[in-house]
Design a protein. Structure first.
Length: 275
């Protein structure tokens, strides 16, 4: 907008809006279309520019804050379309250089956020010191995820980065969303898929000298599928057997659900599904 210090309510000019995200799309986005009627003097046209801040509310609950990153405007009457991404986009696109030693993922996160000018929200406390983490030209996002992944290998707690407004937070992955789906009520279709293409049922453990020092395996899986093997090299301060077991993979099961929309269904959180 022309005046960057003024907030404009353009709800009445919106023809469509999509709020989306996924576990693989770390930066949530809002795509929206605005009525464009340049020759109608009775129509209040609005100018949206790259870098403008967009707020998306559902009822009175603010669900999204981000900046316009792409737009498509025309001189003809119709609609103009815009895409805004939340502040996670900064961490995804900005690279850093750090050599961390004996610090927690929380401290690593605070340092990266400070460097990139991003506000800190609530960070899950791991209280686990990371022996070593080198971020040599890695993105800020990958650095933070890597730090928390090292903690996960020790305490088996899964973590997920999220943006809460303009603040970066880390939550425990799988927190309950409050949503219950039932086939007889709000679910229109369910599909269950299973894929055994990525099975790993045996892992050999080697030390830093290339000497084999252990093996973990799933004999039932080996009997069913044959041997599908991976290699794990020991890391300082990490339990080798536990880390090797994390490389084991069972057949992937995926449930796809079509249901009546619920704004609480946000990627990374869990739901109860009754079928």
């Amino acid at each position: 907008a022309t005046n960057k210090n003024v907030a404009y309510n353009i709800t009445q000019l919106i023809t469509s809006i999509t709020w989306s995200g996924s576990a693989k799309q770390a930066s949530r986005k809002v795509e929206f279309s605005v009525i464009n009627s340049p020759f109608d003097g009775n129509m209040s046209n609005v100018t949206v520019e790259s870098g403008d801040i967009v707020y998306f509310h559902f009822d009175s609950d603010k669900k999204f804050v981000g900046r316009v990153t792409a737009l498509s405007c025309s001189s003809k009457p119709g609609v103009n379309t815009y895409t805004a991404k939340d502040y996670m986009n900064i961490l995804l696109r900005s690279k850093v250089y750090f050599n961390f030693k004996n610090v927690t993922p929380e401290k690593i996160t605070e340092k990266v956020l400070s460097t990139l000018g991003t506000k800190k929200g609530s960070l899950c406390a791991t209280n686990i010191n990371i022996t070593k983490l080198l971020a040599d030209g890695e993105t800020g996002y990958k650095t933070l995820v890597g730090a928390y992944y090292k903690a996960y290998k020790k305490n088996k707690t899964r973590y997920m980065p999220v943006m809460e407004g303009t603040s970066f937070s880390v939550i425990k992955k799988g927190e309950y969303s409050g949503v219950r789906l039932r086939l007889s009520e709000n679910v229109t279709e369910t599909t269950l898929e299973e894929n055994a293409e990525n099975v790993v049922n045996k892992v050999l453990i080697y030390d830093e000298n290339g000497k084999k020092v252990g093996t973990v395996s799933d004999e039932d899986s080996v009997a069913l599928f044959g041997i599908y093997q991976d290699i794990y090299k020991k890391e300082q301060g990490v339990n080798a057997d536990s880390a090797a077991k994390q490389l084991m993979k069972s057949p992937e099961k995926t449930a796809k659900v079509s249901a009546i929309g619920d704004i609480r269904c946000v990627s990374g959180k869990s739901i109860y599904l009754y079928d």
